[in-house]
Every structure is written in C-alpha cells, then in structure tokens.
Design a protein around this ligand. Sequence first.
Ligand code: G3P
Ligand code: MG
Length: 250
Amino acid sequence: MTNRKHPLVFAHRGASGYAPENTIVSFKKAMELGADGFELDVQLTKDNEIVVIHDEWLERLTDGRGFVRDYTLEQLRQLNFNKNFPEYGVQRVRTLREVFELVKDSDIEVNVELKTGIFEYPGLVEKVLALAEEMDMKDRVIYSSFNHYTCVKIRELLPDARIGFLYGDVFIEVEQYVKDHGGDAIHPAFYLLQDPIHAIKAKQLGLEINTWTVNEPAYMELCCQLGVDRIITNYPDVALGIVEKFKSSN
Ligand code: G3P
Ligand code: MG
C-alpha cells in the first residue's frame, strides 16, 4: 500500500483526448505531456499476437470491418487506426511489444487492461506476462481487467504482479471482494467514488485506488481530496495541472 499524498496521472488509451486512442502517437503525446503512465487495452489476433486496441470489433476505430480476433496481425496492419484526428494521418495497429519498446528506457508505467470480457482469448494472460518479463517491464506494469477471473489468473501465475479490478457498477462490499480475490487496487469508474466511504474502505484494506475516466477538472480535484492513487484521463495535461495546484495548496 502507498501513502501517496497526491495522485499520479495516467493517460487513458494514451492521450486520447488529443490523438487517436491506443496508437503510438497517443502514447508519445502522453509522454510529451508529462504523464506518469498510460493505460492501454489488449486483445489477441487470429495468429495470437497481442495487439493494442479497445474494441473487439473494428468499425468504430478503423476502416476495417468485423472482429479483431478474425484478422492476423499482418491483415490488421493494412488498416488505418485513425478515424478522428486527421492531423496524425494514417496510424497502424501496434503490438504490446512495440509499445513496451517505446517506453523501455523511460520511467513511464503502463496499465495493461486485458480485454477478456467478451472473448476469452485463451493464452492472452500467459503471453502478456511472458512479454513483460522478457522486456524487463514487470515492475512497471499494472494489470487490470473487468473479467475478474483474468485478475485471479494473473495472481496465480505471478504472485507479485500489481493487479487492479475494474468495475463500472455498484457492487456490495466491493473493496472487501477485491481484497479477498487478491487485488492490489480497485479500478472503479470515477462516479463510484462520489461517496467517500469507498476510498476510506479501500485505504483501510491497503488497496490502491486507480479511477477512470476522469476528464472534468472538478472530478480531478475530488480525486485529489479523496487520496486517489492514479487518475486515468484522456487529458493528462489538465489532470497534471490540477494535481500541481493541489500539491501547492497542501
Ligand atoms: O482501464 C480503465 C478504462 O480503460 C476501463 O474502461 O472501456 O475505457 O477500457 P475502458
Ligand atoms: Mg481500458
């Protein structure tokens, strides 16, 4: 457990308020803006490569159609992963290995969210853990998932992994549940922290609090007051400004 006096700032899907989400430019932008880390989402291709993409399907984010898992990496590489930020031109899918290569020589932390909620992606957990080990990223990765069986599996395979349980709805005694299932951190949607009792309970249990997706300055301020450990945001520069203000007034 940390007794951090102020939150760290993590860029959600990279600095996705400014650049196409989960692309190399969004991760570079996060680093340029001074984020402490970034969050990204991973899935498996048809040929079992770990790719960085949020949706299970291609339509929202690319010029392709269908499911990610039905394409090989080479096929996915033909697609444009930039639909919303013309200033960044064509962007290609990235593997987790490529993103780890980008940050290897920095002190950036990476929150790897395993997207096993719709498709199970057998082998994804093992592959992600092996890659982090191979690339000496083990100590700089926080693993998270909405699929809590995935969280438990990570704990079984890597006892000292840092693991966050994601959730976006109200659960009874969620902090105790996360603790009982081997979590190190709660990863709630930010609106679930409005009642301070949740932050208090998490702290009492020695759990970190990493919350998403906090894009409004007022909620960023609330995160500071509550003792949140990591603010996950599309606008890391805004959050860094709020955290600085909080630090200087405390
Ligand atoms: O990991 C935080 C956040 O990314 C969880 O939701 O849907 O943006 O992946 P989502
Ligand atoms: Mg995510």
